[in-house]
Design a protein around this ligand. Structure first.
Ligand SMILES: C[S@@+](CC[C@H](N)C(=O)[O-])C[C@H]1O[C@@H](n2cnc3c(N)ncnc32)[C@H](O)[C@@H]1O
Length: 262
């Protein structure tokens, strides 16, 4: 695992205030569960969840879809422990510490789902291709991730302060729509979700609380003076940020397993 990825995992391990600060993540996870429930699925689908975190999607999915055996995974061991605590002991629900870009799982899933974890992948198209290859014919890979335009208000405030933003370079909708996966049909939806904070300091505290404060790989060092100026500019703009949330529905060719198949 690269040093940057280890830093990402450590930041999420430390995120014991996640649930109190992750309003957008809770909302997006529920929206993804609704979108998945509206899709044709195999009966009692065999599910792999990627980047389960504290279990917002795990819980939403289990309440909206009649799932079969489920493996909930995350790169951060402490996140898995928090998810276990949220869901409790449930038959046929298993957990694994796993980097989704090197999945230690064998093919045969009817549904692979992930909410707001894929923006942490080092190589999104390669990672999604690897996950799509684990689907059964007719299976669905359903992922929300962040697209270009996310945190544009914070980036603009930093520009004004002469500070280079450490926000990762999220893919544009065109880049996402140009992704192709073998034997799969892909649909990408984009939605802006806004969140207003008391001020810029509260925004940065919330990012840290949810473990999302690891700067982009190779981000340039910035000074404390630049940060203060950026925070003033951000507060003057109203301390709101946009999350550009992309929902990727990747369907493997073939019929979903029917109730009569083993
Ligand atoms: C913003 S949280 C989202 C958690 C949860 N899905 C939710 O909706 O609240 C991102 C999660 O992705 C995990 N993650 C980041 N990179 C990962 C990777 N390469 N493989 C698996 N999980 C990863 C983090 O540890 C963290 O728990």
């Amino acid at each position: 695992m690269t040093a940057w990825k280890q830093a990402v995992a450590r930041a999420f391990d430390r995120a014991d205030e996640y649930d109190g600060a992750a309003r957008i993540q809770a909302m997006v996870a529920d929206g993804l569960a609704v979108a998945i429930a509206a899709e044709p699925l195999a009966p009692s689908p065999h599910v792999l969840e990627i980047g389960c975190g504290t279990g917002f999607l795990t819980q939403a999915l289990r309440s909206r879809v009649s799932v079969g055996p489920m493996l909930a995974s995350d790169i951060a061991a402490a996140m898995i422990a928090r998810c276990r605590t949220r869901i409790g002991e449930v038959p046929d629900l298993h957990f694994a510490v796993m980097d989704a870009e090197r999945p230690a799982a064998t093919a045969g899933f009817d549904l692979i789902a992930s909410s707001l974890a894929a923006q942490w992948f080092a190589h999104l198209p390669g990672a999604l291709a690897g996950l799509a290859a684990l689907l059964r014919p007719g299976g669905l890979l359903a992922v929300t991730t962040l697209a270009a335009g996310t945190f544009r208000e914070w980036d603009a405030a930093q520009d004004k302060a002469g500070r280079v933003s450490a926000t990762p370079a999220y893919p544009t909708i065109e880049t996402l729509r140009s992704m192709r996966f073998e034997n799969c049909r892909t649909e990408i939806r984009l939605e802006d979700v806004r969140e207003t904070h008391a001020d810029g300091a509260a925004f940065l505290r919330a990012l840290r609380a949810i473990g999302a404060d690891t700067p982009a790989e190779l981000a340039a060092p910035r000074s404390a003076g630049q940060l203060r100026r950026a925070l003033r500019a951000f507060d003057a703009q109203g301390a709101s940020v946009t999350y550009a949330v992309a929902t990727c529905l990747i369907r493997r060719a073939g019929e979903p397993k029917s109730a009569r198949q083993p």
